[in-house]
Design a protein around this ligand. Structure first.
Ligand SMILES: [Cu+2]
Length: 276
């Protein structure tokens, strides 16, 4: 027992419980107060450059904050138990068989956490996997040992699509393919492979997908409008043989007018048989 500020006596355990609650409240309030989206750390993720990437980043940040919140409570309780219930003498500690309310609590609370994480993950996965009827640009991505070919298609419809332009890399001679895309537009990617499994990845997309022989994988990304003028490096992320590490390409983002002008040049190059 100890004396409180108003002169009355308050049990030490109650005082500790109040202190724990105060610490939790301070942590939660300091995380929430005055935090704009850009203030939240990215937890080792690159800065996203697509609408879908921003969505993935929010999910990643939310999961980390929830995990850290739970972690702080667990670490705090462990430290509290170690300090408050340390050995003080030779007498045997009280032997407790079970505590039903506590057991119900530590079963129900984790189930709620998992359900919440599942809900947000399923919601975002469905949104990211959605395909539009008429994307602005459709690119067939051919991953092969150990390079990339990009076929710009006239439409997303497999039956009627024609190849407008083609870019093929030559990583063996230090000339990776350049995938040029317009910023501010929706891009449909169709992934195919003639040989083994590869994986298409641009780190700043915060997204990657396998390139599988005999199966066409599709997805869409909407590139941020402020990305015109930027270039990034894309990679294969599925070990696909001896020169897997050299299987890179460049992503070049331009404004839509520049893209249209360059596409006309690439179409002319394909017709004349002088594609890169
Ligand atoms: Cu590879």
């Amino acid at each position: 027992m100890s004396s409180s500020t108003d002169g009355s006596f308050r049990p030490a355990s109650r005082r500790r419980a109040v202190a724990v609650r105060a610490v939790i409240a301070i942590v939660v309030l300091s995380m929430a107060a005055g935090c704009s989206k850009d203030d939240v750390p990215r937890f080792a993720m690159p800065k996203p450059i697509t609408s879908e990437g921003h969505r993935v980043l929010s999910l990643w940040q939310g999961s980390w904050i929830a995990a850290l919140f739970v972690g702080c409570i667990v670490w705090g309780l462990i430290i509290w138990c170690v300090v408050a219930y340390r050995k003080r003498g030779e007498s045997t500690a009280p032997q407790l068989a079970f505590n039903l309310p506590i057991e119900v609590l530590y079963t129900v609370v984790p189930v709620i956490f998992v359900a919440v994480l599942f809900y947000f993950t399923a919601r975002d996965e469905n949104a990211i996997d959605k395909l539009s009827a008429n994307p602005d640009v459709t690119v067939e991505v051919v991953g092969f040992q150990w390079d990339w070919q990009f076929n710009y298609l006239s439409s997303a419809d497999d039956a009627s699509a024609k190849t407008l332009a083609q870019v093929t890399g030559d990583n063996a001679h230090g000339a990776p393919a350049t995938l040029e895309l317009p910023a501010g537009k929706t891009i449909r990617f169709k992934l195919v492979s003639p040989d083994v499994i590869h994986a298409f990845w641009v780190p700043q997309f915060l997204f990657k997908r396998d390139v599988i022989p005999g199966r066409e994988n599709q997805f869409e990304l909407h590139i941020d409008a402020d990305q015109a003028g930027r270039t990034y490096v894309g990679r294969c992320t599925e070990f696909c043989g001896l020169n897997h590490d050299q299987m890179i390409f460049h992503l070049k983002l331009v404004d839509p007018a520049t893209y249209q002008a360059d596409l006309v040049k690439m179409e002319a190059a394909l017709k004349s048989g002088s594609t890169s």
